[in-house]
Design a protein around this ligand. Sequence first.
Ligand SMILES: [Zn+2]
Ligand SMILES: [Zn+2]
Ligand SMILES: [Zn+2]
Length: 248
Amino acid sequence: MAKKIKIPGLSEKLDAKTVSELSEKHFSRYGEFLVSFELSKHGWNVYTPVYDEYIDILIHKYYCKVCKKLWNHTPELICKQCGKDFTKTQKNKIQTGVCKDCGEAQTGNKSKCSKCGKTNILRRPSCDKCHGEIEMKKHKCECGSTKYETKFRTIQVKSSRIEDNKNSYAIDMKPKDLIEDGLHFYIWCLIDNDDRPHFLVMTVKNFVETMGKSLQGISFFKDQDRQHFNATDFGKWGKYINRFDKLE
Ligand SMILES: [Zn+2]
Ligand SMILES: [Zn+2]
Ligand SMILES: [Zn+2]
């Protein structure tokens, strides 16, 4: 078992065993990481900004223009002659060339044929089965499309633990958070008493609509708004539970 290393001057909080023991700062990072992992499950590549400018994470994905499936950039490696697929597990079987005199497939970079000893070797990726040429084919979607697109989203993460002696979460939102370009989203990461995360995903518009009149309230106006809601059904925010589809 690894020895615990005590670093002088660092807070005891580093030894935290449960999420409730994490410092505010660490907890907020913890929430961002949980959200990042969750987003990867939904096919997003996740990036974090160098400086904190209200955007906590930038996400990005490539998808098929036609059927919207995730796009895989790995090209296929296929033998032109017999159709053998070397793309995934067979790369080490690709031969380095073929002897033009005796037809023997070659491995390595020797200038002499391993069978007849002549030096008439054609260098090219070759099939180990039929000695045909292997070609690199650009990825094609299962639907047949060769076109893909890219999308980017910016995410603001807010995290909350259950409030002391209550069955509720609390989230602070400010007018400056209302980035209404249609590409900005909120993900609230709520950690229950068993350290299980729950994710509320919403567009800025969803937030504005759900807030209703309280968006005009003096506390929101003054950066002092705090949304408290039930930790079991998430109150009026419950409809956004796991709505990762909203990001699409
Ligand atoms: Zn497709
Ligand atoms: Zn072949
Ligand atoms: Zn030869």
